[in-house]
Design a protein around this ligand. Structure first.
Ligand code: ADP
Ligand code: ADP
Length: 231
């Protein structure tokens, strides 16, 4: 399995009150899956994605990604793990405004000292249908185009998983559908593994598997069709 989450719990302190962001969540994910994580705002979706990317650490349970026990890594190792294994797509795109679309996509490769950064970045832009816009700055692009650039930047390093926290939250419904169709295509044709959080039903409709999180608990998994709470 690419991802093995076992008995994950995470609490946050809000003033004097503890909030259970995740409660005893277990989940296995194979390479090539397109997983949608569904649930209302505040249910724990971001927390789950942040734990998968080692941005955050859980209080109990274990997390293995590609055989690596990421809960045991120190700060430096976690950042190295993210660079090597994870691609991240943000809801606010997070492109660098002074760089062109092409330079934004080249950036993670340049950081890693990859020599063929330019042809690889151009190919990634082609994969998301934006090679014609390679020399444009983010401000010259529409929201949907910016998110395509961000997806190209996330896949260009060929990560094990691409994590996207509400990637369509800032897009209109038509553009959201186009972005989700693109993600579905990258998943099917290139085998990119995606984990996407959302509260939109038409987003979850394109995923190969949907899990539902409610108040920090995994209450439904479409792969098994049984609620873990019933077992
Ligand atoms: P969304 O619901 O769109 O995922 P949130 O606003 O819930 O966005 O969360 C965005 C980021 O802020 C996440 O990384 C989350 O962990 C963090 N966050 C959420 N709630 C709080 C909070 N009460 N205090 C501090 N950080 C928070
Ligand atoms: P979602 O992504 O589903 O909106 P989150 O994972 O952001 O949910 O949040 C789950 C719960 O944990 C919420 O109650 C949120 O306010 C809380 N939370 C998340 N991150 C933080 C944080 N850094 N500090 C305090 N509370 C947080």
């Amino acid at each position: 399995m690419l991802v093995e989450l076992s008995g994950i719990s995470k609490r946050y302190k809000m003033g004097d009150v503890w909030v259970d962001a995740l409660k005893d969540v277990s989940l296995s994910l194979a390479k090539g899956e397109f997983l949608a994580v569904k649930g209302p705002s505040g249910s724990g979706k971001s927390t789950l994605l942040n734990i998968l990317s080692a941005l955050d650490q859980c209080d109990s349970g274990t997390v293995h990604v590609g055989g690596i026990n990421i809960g045991r890594l120190g700060e430096h190792q976690r950042s190295k793990f993210r660079n090597r294994h994870i691609g991240i797509v943000f809801q606010s795109f997070n492109l660098i405004p002074v760089l062109s679309a092409l330079e934004n996509v080249m950036y993670p490769l340049t950081l890693r000292g990859v020599k063929e950064a330019k042809p690889r970045a151009l190919q990634a832009l082609r994969d998301v249908g934006l090679d014609q816009q390679a020399n444009q700055r983010p401000t010259q692009l529409s929201g949907g185009q910016m998110q395509r650039v961000a997806i190209a930047r996330a896949i260009v390093t060929q990560p094990d998983i691409v994590l996207a926290d509400e990637p369509t939250a800032n897009l209109d419904s038509k553009t959201s559908e186009h972005i989700m169709t693109l993600i579905q295509k990258l998943n099917k044709e290139q085998g990119v593994t995606f984990v996407i959080s959302t509260h939109d039903d038409y987003v979850t409709g394109l995923a190969s598997r949907v899990i539902t999180i409610l108040d920090g608990e995994l209450v439904k998994d479409s792969q098994t069709n049984i609620s873990p709470l019933d077992r």
